[in-house]
Design a protein around this ligand. Structure first.
Ligand SMILES: C[S@@+](CC[C@H](N)C(=O)[O-])C[C@H]1O[C@@H](n2cnc3c(N)ncnc32)[C@H](O)[C@@H]1O
Length: 421
């Protein structure tokens, strides 16, 4: 066993993972933002830290059950000892880390603290064998919320969905670019689905910019912009997956976002793909252009719980107070967007959320306050055949949909038509 001043290999990665988890669970950061703290590490350590933090978040309730079964001492939810134990057990369950390595890298993290406790709990669990089910449990509060909204089968499907990273979906600029991936599964026009282990930078055509990574569900909102719309406003546009789809489909796109750094990323994406859009850095809540648009897409910021497969931290960040805040923002964004649509034009509202408050409820409240607008349900040819609009004419994708083909993110989409006068 190394002494505290003999750092075992891999300790910097574990220390970085610990900081990332602190950023996510205590400070409410996204894992991507929290991972910036590890940017000074060599790429292999960064990758390992991210994998440990990600797997810890994926399995958190199950890890806590294991920990609590091995100690009579109540460990606070945010105690460092609990977090170090969670990380060690996540490595055991999901990353095949040898026992000696996970013990040797866990103990130095609690130096000057409950080192004996951590050693004892780990020793007990490793001796008796660490096992969890096939699918992680969801935090009780989330499972109950989704059970009320969508029923038990959806909760079970969400558990299975969070167990693995999803496959890699590509969207193509044109049919010619798609042709290079004709061997891959395609579930919609200009779409290809590849194995989750694919290395993006090594795929053919990356440099030429014929495609970009975009979950299939995230590609659906732009598919609902009517082909006949000449001018389109993409109201919350960065990093630009939907802007690129719209530009590739031939619309004259104005892409707006509040954050200059995100607009810069959108510009890079356009440069790489050779597509064009007018970029505007502004607050969509107050931006008043001198024209209206044939169609407006509101891809609103949200809790992002629909992306739980890629970002398991979303289920911890999406606390009721955060959802309440985004609901107010979504309501205001949609109301302002409605003033920018040409009479008879299309208004598409979308969120990558599994919370009905951030989807169905927003649009129902909007329609009650704007009786001139009406739901324009998607036509069969506009969506893949496995996506059936709800009775209300909305699109709602949930965990469990095309599960055997790799599933897709949770999304809500509604297309409305503006009054003619
Ligand atoms: C869900 S993301 C958009 C993803 C994007 N449509 C895509 O497909 O790549 C939401 C975006 O809304 C932006 N945003 C949030 N509040 C905004 C506001 N008040 N005005 C303009 N943009 C805003 C965020 O910066 C973020 O880039």
């Amino acid at each position: 066993m190394p002494t505290p001043d003999q750092s075992p290999d891999g300790l910097p990665a574990r220390a970085a993972a610990l900081r990332m988890l602190d950023g996510v669970l205590r400070r409410g950061q996204s894992l991507e933002a929290a991972a910036q703290g590890g940017a000074h590490l060599p790429p292999a350590d960064q990758g390992l830290a991210l994998a440990i933090a990600g797997e810890t978040l994926r399995w958190l309730p199950d890890l806590d059950l294991l920990i609590d079964s091995a100690t009579r001492l109540p460990l606070a939810d945010d105690a460092k000892a609990r977090m170090v134990l969670r990380m060690a057990l996540a490595q055991k369950i999901a990353l095949n880390t040898p026992d000696h390595a996970l013990v040797a890298t866990a103990l130095p993290l609690v130096d000057g603290g409950p080192r004996r406790l951590v050693h004892g709990v780990l020793g007990t669990l490793l001796r008796q064998g660490v096992s969890v089910g096939d699918a992680p449990h969801l935090p009780l509060i989330v499972a109950e919320r989704w059970r009320r909204a969508w029923g038990t089968p959806m909760v079970e499907a969400a558990r299975r969905a969070i167990a693995h990273r999803p496959p890699l979906d590509l969207s193509f600029k044109d049919d010619e670019a798609a042709h290079a991936f004709a061997h891959a599964t395609s579930l919609a026009p200009r779409h290809a689905r590849l194995d989750r282990s694919s290395n993006v930078a090594e795929l053919p055509g990356f440099g030429e910019g014929g495609w970009w990574v975009q979950d299939l569900a995230a590609s659906l909102p732009a598919r609902l912009i009517p082909a006949g719309a000449t001018t389109v406003l993409d109201q919350c546009a960065a990093p630009g997956g939907k802007t690129m789809q719209l530009a590739a489909a031939g619309h004259a796109v104005t892409a707006l976002d509040r954050k200059p750094s995100r607009i810069a990323r959108l510009q890079q994406n356009l440069d790489r793909t050779g597509l064009a859009a007018e970029l505007v850095t502004a607050d969509a809540l107050t931006w008043v252009p001198d024209r209206t648009f044939d169609a407006v897409l509101v891809d609103a910021p949200c809790s992002s719980t629909g992306t739980l497969r890629r970002h398991p931290e979303v289920i911890y960040r999406a606390r009721p107070a955060i959802i309440e805040e985004t609901v107010a923002l979504q309501t205001n964004l949609l109301a302002h967007a409605a003033t920018l649509v040409t009479p008879g034009g299309a208004l598409v509202f979308a969120t990558c959320s599994l919370e009905p408050e951030e989807g169905e409820a927003i649009v129902e409240a909007f329609l009650a306050a704007h009786p001139g607008f009406a739901i324009d349900p998607p036509k069969p040819a506009e969506l893949p055949d496995f996506v059936t609009p709800t009775e209300s004419g909305f699109v709602r994708t949930l965990p469990g949909l095309i599960e055997e083909q790799g599933g897709l993110d949770g999304f809500f989409i509604a297309r409305l038509v503006a009054p003619r006068d």
